[in-house]
Design a protein around this ligand. Structure first.
Ligand SMILES: [Zn+2]
Length: 211
């Protein structure tokens, strides 16, 4: 699948799963110095490969008649600072709730380790600005996900599929935490408990084979 075809496929899935509504949210995928990104002002389930713009890593438009997503500077800032090859940004409900009420998502489930543990909320700045791009880049450092204050979430991956799955996981973790708060006080995993999970994952016990 070409980069632009991938944007159409995952854009459609993002709408289907309710991670975005209307024209909110944007995706990009990088190959070399080129980044295919979703266009501004088009719902993610209405994309076709030819309308998806391609920019270079410096932000110059290389292909396409439509303007790239307004959040392209944030995507480019993350690409410049990491080895990410794909980025997904949505305004998903539970991610946005956490991003409007907290400064970080505490690890209440060990799967948070797949995103780098605690997910930080990047400081608020107006959408599309270099300030927001810098804040997100700082919050993402060493992690695969960040939340954006009063805005939404962003995840990275080595492929668009990986970045998309990270977005689904981020939303699931936020939902568990937010719904958990309505039942009681969610217990937060300690560093010791998280380290034990890493240890277990690195050294899985082998089942003895019956001879
Ligand atoms: Zn946004």
């Amino acid at each position: 699948m070409s980069l632009r075809e991938q944007l159409c496929e995952y854009g459609r899935r993002a709408v289907e799963l309710g991670l975005v509504i209307g024209t909110s949210g944007n995706l990009s995928v990088r190959e070399g110095d080129l980044v295919a990104v979703t266009p501004s002002g088009v719902a993610l389930d209405r994309l076709t490969p030819e309308i998806c713009p391609v920019v270079d890593v410096e932000g110059y438009l290389v292909e396409g008649d439509l303007q790239p997503s307004s959040e392209t500077p944030m995507h480019l800032a993350v690409y410049a600072a990491t080895d990410a090859r794909a980025i997904v940004h949505t305004h998903s409900v539970f991610g946005t709730i956490v991003a409007t009420t907290m400064t970080e998502l505490p690890p209440v489930h060990y799967n948070a380790l797949l995103l780098g543990g605690v997910v930080k909320v990047a400081e608020y700045a107006t959408y599309g600005t270099p300030e927001l791009a810098a804040n997100v880049r700082a919050a993402m450092e060493g992690k695969k996900a960040a939340l954006m204050a009063n805005h939404g979430g962003v995840t990275v991956g080595a492929t668009l599929e990986e970045a998309f799955e990270a977005t689904r996981l981020l939303e699931w973790l936020c939902e568990v935490y937010v719904r958990g708060l309505s039942v009681g006080k969610p217990a937060i995993l300690t560093n010791e408990q998280l380290n034990a999970v890493i240890e277990r994952a690195l050294n899985p016990p082998a089942f003895p084979r019956r001879l």
